[in-house]
Ligand binder design. Structure first.
Ligand SMILES: [Zn+2]
Ligand SMILES: [Zn+2]
Ligand SMILES: [Zn+2]
Length: 236
């Protein structure tokens, strides 16, 4: 990755940062200026380690502790913000530059940590309305929606033949074409339904399945069960 300069941190940036530093009893040393400049020019989402390597590439020797201290000050100055509210190891905090950047919010995968940035004007307007209804003047927000990204959803999907006895699972997909799917529907197996394995016959025999909501029990051939894809659920 090459170091591309987005912003010049002389002037306005420095003045604001100097005020915050002073409030914390420090001085705007040349090391701090370098840190400010490097951090404000980081691309995308970054961690303290990324700053360390960016500094190294420019030939600067700064300790991780110094980076952490200044990250917190630069955050107080409003030039960066923490990105992740929930995901992962708290020592691996992620940041991004917000100063003079277009506002966006995040969709975060709770499994792999992947982040998608979005700016959806209807949501922005609704938040303003909501704040107003509560007598608030909105000064800022960070909306983070949590979920599973498409890749991680796919990872946790297994064929019905892999289900364990008494395990409750959700049907997420029916394969095999129109005819097979209509046979599976005849058995009461639909996408979105919850099922449980009561028992399986030995040597690749049929599976006895309970449909959770209707409590209906069906015996399904192993060959047919291969067309049903499930996801383990935490429910019930
Ligand atoms: Zn927003
Ligand atoms: Zn993911
Ligand atoms: Zn972002």
């Amino acid at each position: 990755m090459t170091f591309q300069e987005k912003v010049n941190t002389d002037g306005k940036y420095q003045t604001i940062f100097a005020k915050v530093v002073k409030k914390h009893g420090g001085r705007l040393t040349s090391e701090r200026k370098t840190l400010l400049h490097t951090i404000c020019n980081m691309q995308g989402h970054f961690e303290a380690e990324d700053i360390l390597s960016a500094l190294k590439k420019q030939g600067h020797q700064v300790s991780l502790a110094t980076i952490y201290r200044n990250l917190s000050l630069i955050k107080d100055a409003g030039m960066i913000r923490r990105v992740s509210l929930t995901h992962g190891d708290p020592s691996r905090m992620q940041f991004e530059c917000t100063w003079e950047q277009q506002h966006h919010d995040h969709l975060t995968c709770i499994d792999c940590g992947k982040k998608v940035e979005f700016n959806y004007s209807a949501i922005e307007v609704l938040q303003e309305t909501l704040a107003k209804e509560h007598g608030f003047i909105l000064t800022g927000h960070h909306l983070e929606l949590l979920g599973l990204c498409p890749k991680c959803q796919e990872k946790s999907v297994t064929p019905l033949t892999d289900i364990q006895t008494n395990q409750i699972a959700k049907i997420v997909r029916l394969d095999g074409g129109k005819e097979i799917i209509s046979r599976l529907h005849d058995f009461g197996l639909y996408k979105g339904h919850l099922i449980r394995l009561i028992r399986r016959a030995p040597f690749g025999g049929p599976l006895l399945i309970e449909e959770i909501h209707s409590k209906a029990q069906v015996m399904i051939a192993r060959k047919l069960a291969e067309y049903v894809f499930i996801q383990e659920t935490a429910d019930e």
